[in-house]
Design a protein around this ligand. Structure first.
Ligand code: PMP
Length: 396
């Protein structure tokens, strides 16, 4: 008989992962997250990180972190609502609000926490949440935690969204439309102007998760709302501080009323300690750099366009990305993981992404080019893609 404490029920599931060819060990970096990294003891080109601007390892961010530690210590010591709210957290929120051109910004410990905390706090029974089918897992979980009813619209399908609004608007108190700003697995941008128009027509609220648009799209990386010139017309604008900004944390930008309410009801903030001072100090420097120069965002786009064009010319299927996210779609799950393994053997680290992160049969390696890559590194990576692509008959 199996012993429950040996976790046999989990061992069986792990065996299934191995049979499907999607089992993996967590990769270990020996050192910082850079354009090239030492991964499991070997130097490889890193095309997997969300460190879009190369800020994770930037000297100015490191200095900001060290100075914050010296002044405020290693940890906040309590949840914000008790005694963990330091002046550096308030400084960060004010700076982010200025950067985002919004009245107020409320910070969380991560983008994930921001979604699960905010969605739950701003909706209740009698409301309806309408969510794009490809929205991020943290939106799905935030929606599950809400007592509102839920409806899903087909990915970026505005007719479907309007149909749901038309059929349901009168049945609910508030209706909240949620979309990713940039879809993380395909790199396409939400049809935000149309979504906002529909929201205005049907008196619905709008909520954009700009995890992959922050620091990437808009003037100096101000995000998707800025990219489309929609300031003042999106109610809740979410960003992460872990990707382009290079540190950790998440935030929602919006009105002062939003801020006041969340500071009373956002559960991840009420019941979990806030960002450590080091993170806040580093983020402040990152945002200041974005406000001072477009050097990093310009280099990011230049590198991304260069790499995407080269892969496309070779004949890889890079999907419909409109952003630096560059998927190379392989299809079959096991073949995708094999492609990723072979790239790594030859010196390129790009993780395979398969079901359940993307639909079955649409496995891909997702290349994340950053401002920190040199053209030489990108050329070398393209050569390796070509070699492996030919070896595996992905390229003719
Ligand atoms: N939203 C989206 C669209 C994301 O891609 C991610 C990160 N994978 C998150 C939220 C979560 O952000 P964080 O890593 O800061 O928790």
């Amino acid at each position: 008989m199996s012993n429950i404490h040996e976790l046999d029920f989990l061992k069986e599931k792990i065996e299934d992962l191995k049979k499907e060819g999607v089992y993996r060990k967590l990769p270990v970096l020996e050192g910082g997250n850079d354009a090239e990294v030492i991964l499991n003891g070997k130097k490889v080109i890193n095309l997997s990180s969300n460190n879009y601007l190369g800020f994770a390892n930037h000297p100015r961010l490191k200095k900001g972190a060290i100075e914050a530690v010296e002044k405020y210590g290693a940890g906040a010591g309590a949840v914000r609502t008790i005694v963990g709210n330091m002046s550096i957290h308030e400084e960060l929120e004010k700076l982010l609000a200025e950067f985002k051109r919004e009245e107020a910004v409320f910070i969380y410990q991560s983008g994930f926490n921001c979604n699960i905390g905010t969605i739950q706090a701003i909706t209740e029974k009698g409301d309806l949440i309408i969510s794009d089918e490809l929205n991020h897992a943290s939106i799905i979980d935030g929606t599950r935690l809400s007592k509102a009813d839920k409806a899903i619209f087909r990915h970026s399908d505005m007719d479907h969204l309007e149909q749901i609004l038309k059929e349901n608007r009168d049945k609910y108190n508030n209706v909240l439309i949620i979309t990713d700003g940039v879809f993380s697995m395909d790199g396409d941008i939400a049809k935000l102007p149309e979504i906002v128009e529909l929201a205005e027509k049907y008196e619905a609220l709008t909520y954009v998760d700009d995890a992959h648009g922050s620091g990437v799209l808009g003037e100096s990386g101000r995000g998707t709302v800025d990219h489309f010139g929609l300031h003042g017309r999106v109610d809740f604008s979410i960003g992460t501080l872990s990707k382009a900004i290079g540190v950790v944390g998440g935030y929602v930008a919006g009105s002062k009323v939003m801020y006041e309410w969340l500071s009373h009801r956002a559960r991840p903030v009420l019941f979990s300690t806030t960002l450590p001072p080091a993170a806040a100090g580093a983020i402040i420097e990152a945002i200041k750099m974005l406000m001072e120069t477009t050097e990093y965002t310009d280099r990011l786009w230049d590198n991304a366009n260069y790499f995407k064009e080269k892969l496309g010319k070779l004949g890889f299927n890079t999907g419909n990305s409109e952003t630096p996210i560059t998927p190379v779609i392989i299809g079959d799950e096991a073949k995708t993981m094999e492609f990723s393994r072979k790239l790594l053997e030859k010196g390129v680290f790009v993780s395979g992404i398969v079901f359940p992160t993307v639909p079955r049969g649409t496995g891909r390696v997702r290349c994340m080019v950053t401002a920190a890559h040199t053209k030489e590194q990108l050329d070398r990576a393209v050569d390796i893609f070509e070699q492996v692509g030919k070896e595996m008959n992905i390229l003719k």
